[in-house]
Design a protein around this ligand. Sequence first.
Ligand code: ZN
Length: 286
Amino acid sequence: MRIANVHGRVVLVNAAGRALDIEQASGGLFGADPQALYPRWAEFRRWARETGHETAVLAPQPFEPEHLGSPAPLPRQVFCVGLNYRDHAAESGFAVPDTLPPVFTKYVSSITGPVSTVSLPEGGHTDWEVELVVVVGKTARHIEPAHAWDHVAGLTAGQDLSERITQLQGPAPQFGLGKSFPGFSAMGPYLVTPDEFTDPDSLELGCSVNGVQVQKGRTGDLIFSVPVLLARLSAILTLLPGDVVFTGTPSGVGMGRSPQQFLATGDVLVSYVEGIGELRQTFTAA
Ligand code: ZN
């Protein structure tokens, strides 16, 4: 099953890319707010199954990708995982983490939908990081990896845009601030439930700048897989329905290239995750 956020309303999306408004289809049982669906995720899945919407979206309406917001527009917690692919840790000059990767946040004001125009911070070095993003569908505390997928509502594609000068300046890195300029956390186009994938632990992801591919990886190469990440996070804190986890980026970021390359005015960044879809960011001057 696929859901999306069209003009702030949560919809079911069929294979032809057409949408059914969930509040209307459910006669008001579920509201329009995409974020409010996650605390009722099990009930929503049951409703979709029993009404047949899970397999056939009835009377679907067309929409444009430009009208999509993030499938999780206002999560209570956003987790971002650093150094979760060996090649990316190497290009960043760091050792591979053993028990716990670096975890930080992207502040929620930076979240946008899949198609956006992003203003480049003046004097900055804005870099790309395509990532698989997990949206939590069930409260998780002290869970085992074997049960972790039961706590996932679905997967979406994400861009962890990062301004490297802000991120790395000062006596301690400023990951949260360097990655939270407006528009720096694109997500979408859809939330896809784990059962839609042949193997949700092995998906290709990548991105291109002006049509030239710069990143390409597979989530099967994650050092900490989705189930292990959720288990390790839940050993420390409580994961809440609707929380978002950016799972880390593969190699090929601009900072790790020789010579280094950063986003410039007029650049178009297209990011994808297999089985989910595409994000498209266009960059302008501040
Ligand atoms: Zn990242």
